[in-house]
Design a protein around this ligand. Structure first.
Ligand SMILES: Cc1ncc(COP(=O)(O)O)c(C=O)c1O
Length: 452
């Protein structure tokens, strides 16, 4: 038997020879319970979860309404095959249609997580073109510094170098557009004189590929942790909408991270009054209480499939009754407690708490929206030189934060690195936010010092 070298009081012993993650992760913690925005270790240490887990937790942890709704669903049905209707499925879909989704997106397909949902969104785009008699539309244009999931096809359309590494031969070599990464503009331009040329680049790529060959453009409206909270210029999404419509290309908005209130609107696309053809939400949809994500589209995409007898294949656990009950309860709490407005109201406090970091010698940029923020660190502020990969600066900051009682999320793609992302539960107080700013500064100082 492998020796258990670490045992926290009252818990199962930790087997250090065969750690819980398949291979060890850069930072480690045993969590005993969670409440509000806090995690508690078995020793009773309280950790402020400034990342909401993986930018998932929104209503805070330990809400009895949610656990009771889930328990009731499991008591009634252990499992019901996804195409059948249950009370919790119907209630969730009705709530989404009536109170959350952009106008016209009233067809819902439920999955167990963001990757599954993104994969379904890609298949849906392809199936629609086939059903409409345009089978040559197969190329999907994504962007550099993006993440859409860990399956092969979602890796293919994403721009996450580290997660694609080793799989390149399996990934279709489709065009990638430059991101709106204004700190280091890939086009060598600067705001405001750039004219948002990065969105014109998508128009150009569609033209070069041949619009008749392009199925979809896929993008995160506010880029999550891969880029580190890139917020687009205000004209970006309206122009992207126009470009896609003009070419008959479907626009897929990946709001797995930015959706369900995270940026201070129900969905980030709402900031610019844009309705994509396909919207994908996950993470905050159930606040982390249950695995669930959704693909949302309109009648004009559902009809061609129905007319040609095509299914949008479900996965066994898609729309599990307990996950639907959890999501329904979480969204109900968000509505009752007006949490999307709370996120918008807390944005200035977050910005103020992080503002001192803007002067930090090793911080190049502080950026974000709502309660989705990132800090990009550099060795040299003037040249924007990064720390070496081996320094693992983001993980060092995460470890330093944990030792000071705050959890931050490591971001970047390895090539693009030294990013720390913040996505706290919406129930954080102003004092919690101030603490996040103060501890982040101390953690960066300590991590940079450890890099030598
Ligand atoms: C924007 C975005 N899309 C897709 C995914 C994949 O979601 P999941 O990890 O639930 O499969 C993520 C996960 O971080 C994400 O941030």
């Amino acid at each position: 038997m492998t020796e258990a070298v670490q045992q926290a009081p009252g818990t199962h012993p930790v087997d250090m020879e065969r750690p819980w993650p398949f291979v060890p992760f850069g930072a480690n913690l045993t969590v005993d319970r969670a409440e509000g925005p806090y995690l508690y270790t078995p020793e009773g240490q309280r950790i402020l979860d400034a990342a909401g887990g993986a930018v998932v937790g929104n209503i805070g942890y330990g809400r009895a309404d949610v656990t009771e709704a889930m328990a009731a669903a499991v008591r009634r049905f252990g499992y019901v095959v996804p195409p059948f209707q249950t009370d919790s499925r119907l209630r969730l879909v009705e709530r989404l249609r009536d109170r959350w989704l952009p106008p016209g997106l009233d067809r819902v397909h439920l999955n167990s997580g963001g990757t599954e949902a993104m994969e379904v969104a890609l298949k849906l785009a392809r199936q629609v073109h086939v059903a409409r008699g345009e089978p040559q539309r197969r190329v999907v244009i994504g962007r550099d510094l993006s993440y859409h999931g860990a399956s092969i096809m979602t890796l293919a359309v994403g721009g996450h170098a580290e997660r694609r590494a080793g799989f390149e031969d399996w990934l279709p070599d489709w065009p990638k557009a430059p991101p709106h990464y204004c700190l280091r503009c890939p086009l060598g331009l600067s705001r405001p004189t750039c004219g948002t040329a990065c969105v014109d680049a998508i128009d150009r790529l569609i033209g070069e590929t041949g619009p008749q060959n392009v199925a979809a453009v896929i993008a995160e409206p506010v880029v999550g942790s891969s880029g580190g909270s890139f917020v687009p210029p205000d004209d970006y999404w309206p122009r992207l909408r126009e470009i896609c419509s003009r070419h008959g290309v479907l626009l897929i908005a990946d709001e797995v991270m930015s959706g369900f209130g995270r940026t201070g609107a129900k969905f980030a696309v709402d900031h610019w009054n844009v309705v994509p053809d396909i919207l994908v939400g996950g993470k905050g949809m159930s606040g982390g209480y249950a695995p669930i994500a959704g693909v949302y589209a309109g009648e004009e995409l559902a009809r061609p499939l129905a007319e040609t007898g095509q299914q949008l294949m479900y996965y066994t656990y898609g729309g599990h009754p307990a996950a639907c009950a959890a999501a329904d309860a979480v969204l109900e709490i968000m509505e009752r407690e007006d949490m999307v407005a709370r996120v918008a109201a807390l944005e200035p406090r977050m910005e103020a708490a992080l503002a001192p970091l803007r002067q930090h010698p090793n911080v190049a940029e502080v950026r974000g929206k709502g309660l989705l923020w990132s800090i990009e660190m550099v060795r040299d502020r003037d040249t924007l030189e990064r720390f070496p990969v081996e320094a693992g600066l983001s993980f060092k900051v995460v470890s330093e934060g944990l030792s000071r009682g705050v959890f931050f999320y490591p971001g970047g793609t390895k090539v693009h690195r030294d990013i720390v992302t913040l996505g706290p539960p919406f129930v954080v107080t102003e004092a919690d936010i101030d603490l996040i700013g103060a501890v982040l500064r101390e953690s960066i100082d300590a991590a940079v010092a450890a890099c030598g």
